[in-house]
Design a protein around this ligand. Sequence first.
Ligand code: DGP
Length: 112
Amino acid sequence: MTCIFCHIIAHGLPAEILYEDEDLAVFKDINPAAPIHLLIVPKKHIDSVNALDEKTAGIFAKMVLAAKRMAERHGIQSGYRLMINNGREAGQVVYHLHMHFMGGWGRKPAKG
Ligand code: DGP
């Protein structure tokens, strides 16, 4: 298994996993670009949006619903950003489909 996200999903590599079901895992991005930066990742290995087809595209709706749940859990329904990099020119680095969930800009930083 060479895919880093497959390793995380299989609990073979550490990650802060916030949510998991039979189809998806959600874990914190190791290099956050927002106060809350999560990755919403299908458990089945799919390289990218380019690799989706009629049979597998249903996962996309589940990813968006997971994002909605994460926004509710973090209390940031007022604003969050969902982003998918597809392909090298767009900056995709990890070739296991994932949606970036970013938000929390309006939150006060924790004290201490
Ligand atoms: P992208 O450019 O869309 O392929 O984004 C890949 C993201 O994955 C990037 O923001 C950093 C994150 N990432 C890479 N390796 C790891 C890792 O081992 N653990 C975690 N939690 N995130 C990772």
